[in-house]
Design a protein around this ligand. Structure first.
Ligand SMILES: Cc1ncc(COP(=O)(O)O)c(C=O)c1O
Length: 444
């Protein structure tokens, strides 16, 4: 689960060129107006690798991981649901982050990437016995326990041991608590309220009961508590409220760890401003001190979107332009809701621009749509584009690094795009483009 349209008032779309602040860190605009990222010209990149194409600025990814580590300290976990492939898992690990995985699939990819199990935090509101067995057998660093049924399953597994008769290692666990804090975000991505499928309610007493059960079983090492109030949250005060509410429950328990989840918002369109990861951490640490949480307690987080969103952009090729006089102009590209479902799911706003003319003003109003058989297949509902935009142009949407590729589908049997990392003048494919053969690979 992920995100939402911004709640911040944004300016009406203007004719201004795209805001360079929305572009990846190493973006540079040449004298002729063409955009390079990581020293690689994006139009050339699209010609070489094809479109649609996800492009990630490796330096930007690394910078955000480093900021997370220096702001939150050891144990801060990258939430892999935002974007996961082996290269991304390796990168976050190389930069010292732990990784949050929320399914057996994410666990598998992280392990395949060579991330040590003790650096993994295993989440999920409905972990299957098989997923739990895998996680416990490899010895993941933390299991975030989400329900009484899960406690039953963990205890059964620990009592039963492995198929070869060995005892499973004693897991270190956190209890996921729903603190009842309003996150001021889209309904689908709010998770901290009592009426939630995630975790144990604080107000109902379920959280206290879960702690009691885990402590008395003697089968697990209970390290602390975990909460997550939502995603695409701009108000850092919401996280301070979360900590204050949690502190009343947490401090008397005398536990060592509190994880406040992910959820920091990012700017998607001009006019939005998001707090930095460092500001987020500072606000939470201040709230922890004010709330009487001992300084020995490890307070950490698991950012996803704020690590990867701005590092990525998507390149499409314009295929059809339809001017409907008095209605609107549709600009159709060669991807759509299959590579970025966020606009359909959350009415999320994006910008569009031409990497061949980054500094061009954008006087034309247009709706950027995909190639799927749905009227709702919209990528940018109210885009502004340069007057000379034409069929064959490479069009880019910035800030697509989070919950784009990871939520991509094969709808209409459209192959999933390739993903490339760019750095120091080089591009490398980290996920290849799906082929026609891939589209029938699972058919029997
Ligand atoms: C438990 C948990 N942690 C972390 C995250 C990452 O959130 P974000 O990508 O908004 O930082 C999520 C997102 O849904 C989550 O559910």
């Amino acid at each position: 689960m992920t995100q939402e349209p911004s709640e911040q008032p944004t300016d009406q779309p203007s004719e201004q060129p795209v805001d360079l602040g929305l572009l990846p860190l190493t973006s540079s605009v040449a004298a002729d107006g063409r955009l390079s990222v990581g020293g690689v010209d994006l139009v050339d990149l699209a010609e070489e690798y094809g479109t649609p194409l996800f492009v990630y600025d490796e330096e930007h990814l690394r910078a955000r991981c480093r900021e997370a580590l220096s702001s939150w300290g050891d144990g801060v976990a990258y939430a892999t649901k935002a974007f996961l492939c082996k290269a991304m898992a390796r990168l976050a690990h190389e930069e010292g982050m732990s990784l949050d995985v929320s399914t057996g699939g994410e666990l598998h990819v992280a392990l395949e990437a060579g991330v040590p199990a003790e650096k993994l935090v295993f989440h999920g509101n409905n972990k299957s016995p098989a997923e739990l067995r895998s996680a416990l057998s490899v010895g993941v660093g933390r299991v975030v326990v989400d329900s009484f049924d899960e406690i039953d399953r963990i205890e059964t597994l620990l009592r039963g041991g492995t198929s070869s008769g060995h005892r499973l290692p004693v897991p270190t666990v956190l209890v996921r608590v729903t603190p009842g804090v309003e996150a001021h975000t889209h309904e689908f991505v709010r998770t901290g309220q009592e009426d939630s499928k995630f975790g144990f309610g604080l107000a109902s007493g379920a959280a206290a009961l879960a702690v009691e059960r885990l402590r008395s079983s003697g089968l697990v090492n209970l390290a602390g508590i975990h909460a997550h109030i939502g995603s695409q949250v701009f108000r850092v005060e919401s996280f301070a409220e979360e900590v204050e509410v949690l502190a009343g429950f947490f401090v008397p328990l005398g536990l060592d760890e509190m994880v406040i989840g992910g959820g920091l918002g990012v700017a998607y369109v001009a006019g939005e401003a998001a707090p930095t990861i460092s500001q987020w951490a500072a606000t939470v640490h201040d709230a922890a001190r004010r709330s009487g949480i001992p300084s020995s307690v490890r307070i950490t987080a698991e950012p996803g979107r704020s690590i990867v969103a701005g590092a990525g952009l998507t390149l499409y090729r314009v295929g059809t332009i339809k001017d409907l006089p008095g209605i609107r102009t549709y600009v159709a590209v060669d991807g759509g809701m299959s590579d970025n479902p966020r606009p359909v799911l959350y009415s999320s706003g994006y910008e569009a621009f031409l990497p061949r003319a980054v500094s061009a003003s954008r006087p034309r109003a247009a709706r950027v749509v995909g190639k799927h058989c749905e009227s709702g297949d919209v990528l940018v509902a109210d885009a502004r584009v340069p007057r000379d935009l034409a069929v064959g142009d490479i069009l880019a949407t910035p800030v697509t690094g989070a919950y784009g590729y990871s939520m991509a589908s094969n709808y209409n049997r459209v192959p999933r795009p390739a993903v490339v990392f760019v750095a120091d003048g080089d591009a490398r494919t980290v996920v290849r483009r799906e082929s026609s053969a891939d589209l029938v690979r699972l058919d029997v």
